[in-house]
Design a protein around this ligand. Structure first.
Ligand code: ASP
Length: 333
């Protein structure tokens, strides 16, 4: 007899379950089924460049964990701000996310009419990895060391140019600090990412470029460019014999590139948790760690891989860079 009533009980329970699900806010139901379709990861710079490499490595690892493709979409322009503005206005459903670097912190000081607020228009997923930069010259640029480069630039004022990925790019930030440190202005040539900027350097169309190791290491190792130093305060494992710019005479010079993953403000907390879990699982994958290490990148400690770790870091970076940029007098509309 008891067994005979069981199907009715099951049906009653199922009906209760349906009623409970219907009573849930639609965000919570959506979060339950998340992700039900591919996710777009927006990358602010050109395909094949350093930010793109980190993005694609992470996206592939997150796809595995989420059971859905994470598709990289490069939305170029205005030093990364086109992408950030796009994601800030996207539906907060977890299907459009952004990977960005220091540009998220420098843009408020660089752009007087920035169409988003980095600290309040996004939900934070977590920090990913830090990457050193390298100061490079075209292969046939005569100077061989940083002191020689500085002397050469001083003797050839007005003749040399520096490529970057636009106002808001780390190549621009590094170039700005370099020019300030040596007290000479170079002509800036902006590209939509440092992939095309490096192509121009390799082709001898531009003279100097500061760029992440995630793109530059293979070209340095193949002796296709002149290397003048690394931008971190310590030498890096991937280039143990290369002095830092600080050692080369630019005392205290430091730019380290960090990456964070963001979603539009209002993304349900359960979706953020799912994205964060996938991101952290990806960073634990030995193949991902090996790939990033091979490119000179360093996965951040676990406390930074959290939404709060990214938010507090972004805030500290905005506070660090805003006065420096304002003092340098660099600004666009
Ligand atoms: N390295 C670039 C920058 O200067 C961006 C990129 O192309 O990844 O910000």
């Amino acid at each position: 007899m008891t067994a005979g009533r069981a199907p009715w009980r099951r049906m009653a329970l199922a009906a209760l379950g349906t009623a409970a699900a219907l009573a849930l806010p639609s965000g919570a139901r959506a979060a339950d089924a998340y992700p039900a379709k591919p996710i777009t990861m927006v990358v602010p710079f050109a395909a094949g460049g350093p930010t793109d490499v980190v993005a694609r490595t992470l996206a592939a690892a997150m796809s595995k964990n989420l059971g859905q493709s994470v598709v990289v979409e490069n939305r170029l322009g205005a030093g990364g701000t086109v992408s950030a503005a796009y994601v800030a206005k996207a539906a907060p459903d977890g299907y459009t996310i952004l990977i960005h670097h220091n540009g998220m912190a420098t843009a408020p000081a660089l752009y007087s009419k920035l169409p988003y607020k980095p600290l309040t228009d996004f939900s934070f997923v977590g920090q990913v990895a830090d990457v050193p930069m390298t100061l490079l010259g075209r292969h046939d640029l005569p100077p061989r060391t940083l002191p020689e480069l500085v002397a050469y630039i001083r003797q050839n004022q007005g003749k040399l140019n520096l490529a970057n990925a636009g106002l808001g790019a780390v190549s621009q930030l590094c170039g700005m600090l370099f020019q300030k440190a040596i007290g000479v202005d170079l002509t800036a040539i902006p590209y939509q990412g440092t992939a095309p900027a490096l192509t121009a350097l390799l082709g001898g169309q531009v003279d100097i470029l500061c760029d992440q190791t995630t793109q530059t290491l293979p070209h340095i190792k193949a002796d296709k460019v002149k290397l003048y130093g690394v931008t971190t305060t310590q030498r890096i494992k991937a280039l143990p014999n290369t002095p830092t710019l600080s050692e080369g005479g630019l005392k205290g010079f430091e730019v380290k590139v960090w990456h964070g993953v963001y979603a539009p403000r209002g993304t349900p907390p359960a979706v953020i948790d799912r994205l964060n879990a996938a991101m952290r699982a990806g960073l634990k994958d030995p193949a991902v760690a090996a790939r990033l290490a091979e490119l000179g990148a360093e996965i951040v400690p676990e406390d930074k891989q959290t939404p709060e770790g990214l938010r507090t870091w972004l805030q500290s970076e905005i506070e660090k860079w805003s006065p420096i940029i304002k003092a340098a007098g660099v600004q666009a509309d």
